[in-house]
Design a protein around this ligand. Structure first.
Ligand SMILES: [Ca+2]
Length: 546
């Protein structure tokens, strides 16, 4: 296994106050081959609330403060403006008898009087970096006060310790990681902001991707009073089903005779595109009308005596493992499988989570995460042979952990009653969090609340050709926090705001598409620049075509 820290790409760029950060989304970042600068420089337009005392003094004054019983500020220092970060008072808080820690970044000037809580990623252990592309650029440009946690424990260091997830063998830490850390941090954040700014925030939001998207759903489902609005990107809410599907696919991918690589993903992607690319009115390498795409991979089966430019029975069985649903024998834990999208051969396609990587010692991300999950969350046995693990023997423990961890409760009536708003966002190419899972959750909420109340509470955006949290063959950037704040503060739903997905500003050639609320997809109108969102509309699938 390659040590994490010796693989330069595994950690994201240094942030103003933290040397290196790793996260599930951060790992994905590296596999995508790097990150382009894409976020506008801070441009405060209106005077915000200033701290009760002047910058350095007010920040110094926080040190040692007891914010809530057992929660103490351990350090508070001014961090100068760097990159897209505004100058801020950066504060860390520790809890008595706990490894949970909180970080807050409080702008010294131009605070917009609002707070956004940032979700983590992967197995956490670190504070998230607001400058990453899976957070909305307005977090920094609009000068929110940001708050985050380490997920309940501090990052253990190099791989494989990170993927071992040893923290989960401690019950209190497991409780924090699975659902409690943010809720425990909220009163601390309230006290901290009141002390520094002399006033409470006018609005509190939450944004996160991947495990941070899971955390976002936890807030909406369990703690509806904590946040006015929530953005859940690539949300791993169905984390139990996701881990079981990861384990199933990883077990199949380990077979030494499988030999499934770029030749097979290329073949698969080209065949899907040939079949479905034009269903959205434009052959652009992105299948936007996936609802109408009916592609049967068995059409690629090798004829007798042929073994090139076709898929063997073993290859087809592997494809089947990736795309088909699963459920446990008691029916409690399920996963809908991953879609075929035509982007299988992209660096954000199967190469990212499904297939073995040299930089992971020949393992896969799905294997590393599901092995750690089975060893530390479920069995408590660090030496567990996961290849022979059978879920039938672990149903009580799966139920116990799932009760803490799974964020699949569709009853958002509490969140609706307090006027809460939730935006879900999922790339169709995502091989960590299946778009089918986000569609399923969205539809479950609509069924639970009814269409009228659901419309007031939740919208889902699928990003065609976009991989896990960001990147891929489709345009991926959209400021969902800005859209959420308009929804909460002005009552205008994101679907009425004309949202647009764009490629990063630094990516060279710009590409934009309307961001369409599910079930609509961006459809080319048939004329005009096909790289400009203005020449697309949001069309609702009118059935399927073959
Ligand atoms: Ca297309």
């Amino acid at each position: 296994m390659t040590p994490f820290a010796t693989s330069a790409g595994h950690c994201t760029a240094p942030s103003p106050t933290h040397a290196r950060r790793c996260s599930l989304a951060g790992i994905a970042l590296v596999l995508a081959g790097g990150l382009s600068g894409c976020i506008d420089a801070p441009a405060p337009t209106a005077p915000g609330a200033e701290p009760a005392a002047s910058g350095q003094l007010a920040c110094d004054d926080l040190r040692g403060a007891r914010l809530t019983p057992g929660a103490v500020v351990t350090d508070a220092d001014i961090a100068p403006a760097t990159g897209t970060y505004p100058e801020s008072c950066v504060v860390h808080v520790s809890f008595q008898h706990s490894t949970l820690r909180v970080e807050a970044r409080l702008p010294t000037q131009g605070w917009n009087r609002k707070m956004v809580f940032l979700g983590g990623g992967g197995f956490d252990g670190r504070f998230p970096d607001a400058a990453q592309p899976y957070f909305s650029p307005s977090v920094l440009s609009e000068r929110y006060a940001t708050v985050s946690t380490n997920g309940g424990y501090d990052y253990p260091g190099m791989d494989p310790a990170y993927f071992d997830a040893a923290f989960a063998r401690d019950h209190d830490t497991l409780v924090d990681f699975t659902h409690a850390s943010e809720h425990r941090a909220v009163p601390v954040a309230d006290a901290l902001l009141a002390k520094y700014f002399g006033t409470s925030p006018e609005r509190s939001y939450f944004e996160g991707c991947s495990m941070g998207g899971h955390d976002a759903l936890i807030q909406a489902q369990r703690y509806p009073e904590d946040f006015d609005g929530i953005v859940a990107r690539g949300p791993a809410g169905n984390i139990m089903g996701l881990m079981l599907q990861f384990h199933r696919i990883a077990t199949a991918a380990r077979r030494p005779d499988l030999d499934f690589g770029s030749a097979q993903t290329t073949l698969l992607a080209r065949a899907v595109l040939a079949h479905c690319d034009g269903l959205d009115g434009l052959e652009d390498g992105v299948v936007s009308n996936l609802a109408a795409c009916r592609f049967d991979a068995s059409t690629l089966r090798c004829p007798p005596g042929v073994d090139e430019n076709c898929l063997s029975d073993e290859h087809l069985a592997f494809v089947d493992t990736v795309i088909t649903p699963i459920q446990t024998v008691d029916g409690r834990w399920t996963h809908p499988g991953f879609p075929l999208t035509g982007g299988e051969d992209s660096s954000k396609g199967w190469a990212e989570y499904i297939l073995p990587q040299a930089m992971l010692g020949g393992s896969t991300l799905q294997a590393l995460f599901s092995d750690g999950f089975l060893r530390s969350f479920i069995s408590g046995d660090a030496a567990l042979d996961t290849t022979s693990w059978r879920h039938e023997e672990w149903l009580p423990r799966l139920a116990e952990v799932g009760a803490m961890f799974n964020a699949d409760n569709a009853d958002l009536s509490g969140f609706h009653a307090r006027g809460g708003k939730l935006i879900l966002h999922n790339g169709t190419l995502d091989t960590s969090v299946s778009m089918h899972d986000s569609i399923r959750y969205y539809e479950a909420v609509v069924a639970e609340l009814g269409e009228e109340r659901a419309k007031e509470t939740i919208e889902l955006y699928l990003a065609p050709g976009v991989g896990h949290c960001f990147g891929g063959v489709g345009p991926d950037r959209v400021d969902l926090l800005a859209a959420l704040s308009v929804w909460v503060e002005q009552g205008i739903a994101p679907s009425s705001q004309g949202l647009v997905h764009r490629t990063p500003a630094a990516a060279g050639e710009s590409l934009s598409r309307p961001a369409c609320a599910y079930p609509a997809y961006p459809r080319y109108t048939g004329s005009g620049d096909p790289r400009d969102a203005a020449n697309f509309d949001c069309a609702v699938p009118d059935g399927t075509t073959d």
